[in-house]
Design a protein around this ligand. Structure first.
Ligand code: 8OZ
Length: 376
């Protein structure tokens, strides 16, 4: 029977096991540049079959929180090169998550204090994290966005494409397109943020158009089997919703099947919360989503995420519901999570106070099960 600890062939990339480190925002990259300790942080977690980095802004416009990393300056890319080298030196595999936040941003993070961009001028009821002139961080409401003009969208597609090229040049094994959790591509998909009446709004095929254009551009740039995508069909994160997610996401799945994806990464339920969370009248049918992808000829790996423990993960693999399982929060405090799960060892709890922002504390100082920090 398939186990989490079996190797996996991800479109030619050999993974040592089927455990994935999920993307985790940590806000420790001033001026969008990963620090030397970021290389240490990821290298400590390199026994994961695959690491997906924290969300990484493709452009300054795509940034929505203080101190998240980017892919749009030479300095940031040089920082990422030290990360990919450090992970590869430990025998790990790492892809970068390509992120554009859309409306989930604040004027103080945008060039010249401009409004963030979105499908429509609909403000998210939510907060983002900024650092004031006095150097202190705090939460502020997201700013009112401006609606993107259709003529700007090819430029955004190009931004994804350029970021994907830069990522491969910085040594990443591939990229993951962040289309989840209420950020730009999800804002186009779901009706709660998309009030457009042009070719990018309204009917399902219109709302999915930008996402599929980005997928086309990025897969063309990376070549086959090097692009994954993350979806969250029902999450309420960042004030997003849709009354009918099932046909929308099945349409997306069929569209993805026409591209040579490395994997489809699905957050089941509310991100970081209730796995049974629903939007719309019916519970979302994730098996039907997978079937829509496979029936349309999709051959990428199926990656699942959200609140998995060892038993639930093994069941998902054994039943064929998944090929890979992504673990998020446990990876903050358990750099050797693979070993702990394999040997049935207890997991360490993470300190919430150091999830977002700060320094080495709560970042690179979680020991492995023997009490040492490896690599130092
Ligand atoms: C937590 C805090 C800030 C951003 C996501 C990138 O939800 C995020 C994120 C998570 O996908």
């Amino acid at each position: 029977m398939t186990s989490l600890f079996d190797a996996f062939d991800l479109a030619g990339l050999k993974l040592a096991n089927r455990i994935v480190m999920a993307p985790l925002t940590r806000n420790r990259s001033p001026r969008a540049v990963p620090l030397p300790m970021t290389a240490r942080y990821y290298a400590q977690r390199a026994s994961a079959g695959l690491i997906v980095t924290e969300g990484t802004a493709i452009t300054r416009q795509g940034q929505g929180y203080a101190d998240v990393p980017g892919l749009y300056t030479a300095e940031a890319l040089a920082g990422w090169r030290t990360v990919t080298d450090a992970v590869h030196a430990q025998g790990g595999r790492i892809v970068v998550q390509l992120w554009h936040v859309g409306r989930v941003s604040h004027v103080s993070l945008q060039a010249d204090g401009q409004a963030p961009v979105a499908p429509s001028a609909v403000q998210a009821n939510g907060k983002t994290y900024v650092i004031g002139a006095d150097g202190r961080g705090g939460f502020v409401p997201t700013s009112m966005p401006r609606a993107l003009d259709a003529a700007e969208l090819p430029g955004i597609v190009q931004d994804y494409r350029r970021a994907a090229r830069a990522a491969l040049d910085a040594g990443f094994d591939g990229v993951e397109i962040h289309a989840a959790n209420g950020y730009l591509l999800d804002q186009f998909l779901r009706r709660g943020a998309n009030r457009r009446s042009d070719a990018y709004g309204g009917a399902i095929d219109h709302r999915a158009r930008l996402l599929l254009e980005v997928v086309d551009a990025v897969t063309t740039e990376t070549g086959p089997g090097r692009t994954g995508i993350r979806l969250s069909p029902v999450t309420p994160s960042n004030d997003l919703s849709d009354p009918e997610p099932q046909p929308l996401f099945e349409y997306v799945a069929r569209g993805l099947a026409r591209h040579d994806m490395s994997y489809i990464h699905v957050i089941e339920g509310a991100t970081g919360g209730d796995r049974d969370y629903r939007q719309g009248l019916q519970a979302f049918d994730y098996d039907a989503l997978r079937a829509a992808y496979r029936d349309a000829g999709g051959r990428g790996a199926w990656m699942v995420n959200n609140g998995y423990d060892l038993d639930l993960a093994q069941q998902a693999l054994a039943s064929g519901r998944a090929d890979l399982v992504a673990f998020g929060r446990p990876y903050i405090s358990n750099p050797d999570l693979v070993r702990r799960l394999r040997e049935g060892l207890p997991l360490a709890d993470a300190d919430r106070a150091t999830f977002y922002g700060g320094g080495a504390e709560g970042y690179v100082d979680y020991p492995n099960v023997e009490g040492s920090i490896q690599p130092a």
